[in-house]
Write a protein that binds this ligand. Sequence first.
Ligand code: FES
Ligand code: FES
Length: 193
Amino acid sequence: MKSSRRSFLKISGALAALAALPSSVKAFYKDVKNFIILPKHTTPISITVNKKTYKVTADTRTTLLDLLREQLHLTGAKKGCDHGQCGACTVHINGKHVLSCLTLAAQAAGKEVTTIEGLAEGDKLHPMQKAFIECDGFQCGYCTPGQIMSAVACVNEGHTKSLAAIKEFMSGNLCRCGAYNGIVESIQKVAAL
Ligand code: FES
Ligand code: FES
């Protein structure tokens, strides 16, 4: 009983406070609301993914990760954190590894995007994919597409001279299963080919 009376008092107090807000403050909050709920703007995008060109229309705020997964139905790149902190969404743009959750789809227009789906040639796995299998570079596999895309970039960009250099390059790719030893071994194996 006491608690419902207390809740009633709290709610009516809050409503009274809201009604008493000066009109300038109310106008400010209305402006903020209008600013946050932006009108929808779409843009045509021509994008080449895994050697295939797609012509799509997307909201200008669409990330490359969402475009790949939601519109092109390429779900290899994973949405782990969506904040640039886990590396699960790593893909290549013009050969450079990027976090697709922090890249706007419009920024990739006219460029060559490679995802995990584009690494193998038909039934022939990329050497890094083979190495991950041979070295137990994964367990649940959720982080693996991003790990492999970063691992390929690690070798291509020559960051394999030492264990420390590999670890430093791969530090943006997190693995909840802790498959790090197998991942490093895979990279060393491919670097030695
Ligand atoms: Fe992009 Fe985590 S989903 S870094
Ligand atoms: Fe499970 Fe990396 S293999 S998160």
